[in-house]
Design a protein around this ligand. Structure first.
Ligand SMILES: Nc1ncnc2c1ncn2[C@@H]1O[C@H](COP(=O)(O)OP(=O)(O)OP(=O)(O)O)[C@@H](O)[C@H]1O
Ligand SMILES: [Mg+2]
Length: 462
């Protein structure tokens, strides 16, 4: 290049008149800002010359170019006034030596497509970020929601909820035991919803409800023409339906021994062959088993394989009977009354204390399911307002029917009619006084010792 000072002046003017341009030395110190850029930044020559570019333009990418010595073209850059421009940053290299960087920006209208492309890319990245955040949020929301569906805050229920939360994410097999109506299926649902398989199939099969000779093909499926009466096209079994998700083997205690060995093999090998088929199908299924039977007893009787029991009994949860967690009754009542009100358009508000006392003394052999049905009957008969003890008269008679006195009674005798009435009165008094015998005796206007005798005579359980 000529050393003519006029040419330098000319070049200087050219650079100054570039739209938005910055030139730095090899340490990132600004040598020149174009006129427009200088005006936009509102700095005088003295204020910028020799300053590090990041001191004047905090989001400048020039330091990266100095580091990489590679040109960086066609990138979007947001100026101080919020306008977006397309920026090209070129390292100035002379004989292999880095002298500095020139960065110049053009209006986006010159390259609208590339701007749009970059904007799309940016939006896609943001979209991905939000999607991730939403899925994280919704999974914690789902988790809380799934546990909320299990009504109850008694100590045993809280402990079970904790166990579920701890192991649901793993693929460990659960064995849920508990009497009929205690909520085994409700807990199984929660385990699936809390697991990482929550968006996959949750398949249930009730081993007690399916005829024994059909159970195998229901579980494992069959190939076309495997047996007479089979579908022409064959059938996919519950295991395959549940692939990737969760399979609930309900009433597992009812599974015939012959099938137990096949089930054990499938659980161990994690693959199955359909009935009449030769091909092995890989399985990725989380198993939950449930039963209201005592499996240890079935093992003793030779009706359940011990090795299968060990295989399924990895995380055991035993749901206590309702009578062993009376603390849950008020919450369950509120939950069911809300549901019954909504479903039937009723206006039941609450339950009286004496009705609650009855609930605390009742046997609840059908557990939560029985409580739900009892409430349904009482709510529908009351229609609105408070549920009082009269709305649960049928429970008192159930209590009475269950007692031994009734079983041994000579139905026709007048004495027994009197006894029935007397017994019912005593039970009512005990319920109303929450089992306080002195108060109950007072209410019945008899002395305590004769109340004790009558409780004994009528076999009233306390
Ligand atoms: N903790 C609970 N919270 C809310 N509803 C419950 C709870 N426990 C039980 N239920 C309700 O009680 C009824 C019976 O529950 P579920 O079917 O889960 O019982 P189960 O133990 O599987 O009974 P079974 O042994 O007879 O199959 C269902 O309507 C269920 O919604
Ligand atoms: Mg069930």
């Amino acid at each position: 290049m000529s050393s003519d000072p006029h040419q330098y002046t000319f070049l200087y003017k050219v650079l100054k008149s570039l739209y938005y341009a910055v030139i730095t030395d090899n340490e990132g110190r600004i040598i020149l800002l174009s006129k427009n850029y200088q005006e936009l930044l509102g700095v005088t020559d003295e204020e910028y010359i020799g300053k590090h570019v990041r001191d004047i333009i905090p989001n400048s990418e020039i330091p990266h170019v100095l580091e990489s010595r590679k040109e960086d073209t066609g990138h979007l850059f947001t100026l101080k006034d919020g306008k977006t421009v397309v920026c090209n940053r070129i390292p100035i290299i002379d004989n292999g030596k880095l002298l500095g960087v020139i960065s110049s920006a053009t209006f986006y209208k010159l390259d609208e497509v590339s701007i749009l492309n970059q904007q799309i890319k940016k939006l896609q990245e943001e979209n991905l970020k939000y999607k991730k955040q939403i899925s994280e949020l919704s999974s914690t929301f789902n988790q809380k929601d799934s546990l909320k569906k299990i009504i109850g805050d008694s100590l045993p229920i809280m402990a079970i909820k904790e166990t579920i939360q701890r192991f649901a994410e793993s693929d460990l097999t659960f064995l849920i035991t508990g009497d009929t109506g205690t909520g085994k299926e409700v807990f199984a649902n929660a385990i699936h919803e809390l697991s990482k398989r929550r968006n996959k199939n949750f398949v249930k099969i009730n081993c007690a409800a399916i005829p024994k000779d059909l159970l195998e093909s229901e579980l494992f499926g069959y190939e076309p023409g495997s047996f007479s009466g089979a579908l022409k096209e064959g059938k996919v079994g519950k295991f395959e339906h549940a692939n990737g998700g969760t399979l609930l083997l309900d009433e597992i205690g009812e599974m015939p021994l012959s099938l137990q060995s096949k089930l054990l093999r499938v659980l161990q090998e994690r693959e199955l062959e359909r009935v009449g088929g030769l091909k092995s199908i890989k399985l990725d299924v989380r198993i939950i088993c449930s039963t209201n039977q005592n499996i240890e007893k079935l093992i003793e009787k030779g009706e359940f394989r011990r090795d299968l029991f060990y295989r399924i009994n990895v995380v055991e949860i035993n749901i206590p009977a309702l009578r062993d967690r009376l603390d849950d009754i008020p919450l369950l009542c509120k939950h069911f009354i809300d549901k019954i009100n909504n479903k039937n358009g009723l206006g039941i508000t609450n339950i009286s204390n004496d009705a609650y006392s009855l609930f605390y003394n009742y046997e609840w052999s059908g557990n939560v399911r029985e409580l739900k049905h009892v409430l349904e009957r009482a709510c529908i008969s009351a229609g609105s307002g408070q549920l009082n003890i009269e709305h649960f008269d049928f429970l008192l008679s159930r209590m009475y029917k269950n007692s031994d006195v009734k079983k041994n009674a000579d139905e026709g005798s007048l004495n027994d009619v009197t006894s029935e009435v007397e017994k019912e009165k005593i039970i009512r008094a005990l319920v109303e006084t929450n089992g306080n015998k002195s108060a109950a005796a007072k209410l019945l206007k008899i002395d305590r010792s004769s109340l004790y005798n009558k409780i004994k005579r009528y076999n009233i359980e306390m």
